[in-house]
Write a protein of this length. Structure first.
Length: 199
């Protein structure tokens, strides 16, 4: 079926994880989808997949796709919401999503961690990124780079929890605080919990 998403995670210059979520007819089994994608897509593109983690439709079935599966106020452009962030953005918008969606909560957590790393003088500026697979609580990748490109990922993984439920609880994201994000962006104002500096 026509809807689909893919993500490749690279660690130390090698492919670590390949994630593919693809829409399918209800009659097609998960095993058939996985075998077909590995044979016709993943192996021809990646090559040797011996040590590669492969996740195909990790939530199970993906029958309803397109506009029927993802409607709502999700089209606000991410560069508008972040007022032209300095670093690369993923494709998911913030607005119109509740905090269980990592497009929103994951971005807020990255901002929170980056601000706190700078406040602790571990970096002058910091780029924090995270990637997830639908249906998996643990992120596939968490990275933090200082202004010189040095990785702070070990420190971040030890001190900050990027699981979606932990982010929601730690930043108290279930409160009705999102109306203010409708203008002047999501970042840079101290009244938001992801802008706080912690001890």
């Amino acid at each position: 079926m026509p809807d689909g998403k893919s993500q490749v995670t690279i660690k130390n210059g090698k492919v670590d994880t390949v994630l593919i979520s693809t829409q399918h007819k209800k009659s097609v089994s998960h095993d058939e989808i996985e075998k077909t994608l590995i044979k016709k897509l993943i192996k021809p593109v990646i090559g040797n997949i011996k040590d590669v983690k492969i996740l195909v439709n990790p939530t199970g079935m993906f029958v309803t796709g397109g506009f029927f599966g993802d409607t709502g106020l999700t089209g606000r452009k991410i560069m508008v919401d972040s007022y032209g962030g300095m670093f690369p953005h993923g494709g998911g918008c913030f607005s119109g999503k509740d905090p269980t969606k990592v497009d929103r909560s994951g971005a807020y957590m990255c901002r929170f961690v980056a601000k706190n790393l700078v406040a602790r003088k571990l970096a002058k500026s910091c780029f924090v990124s995270v990637s997830y697979a639908i249906g998996k609580a643990e992120p596939l990748m968490v990275e933090a780079l200082d202004e010189k490109g040095k990785s702070l990922a070990k420190y971040v993984k030890k001190n900050f929890d990027f699981k979606p439920l932990s982010i929601i609880e730690n930043l108290d994201l279930r409160r009705p605080i999102y109306f203010e994000t409708a203008s002047y962006g999501h970042f840079g104002r101290n009244n938001f919990p992801w802008e706080k500096i912690i001890k």
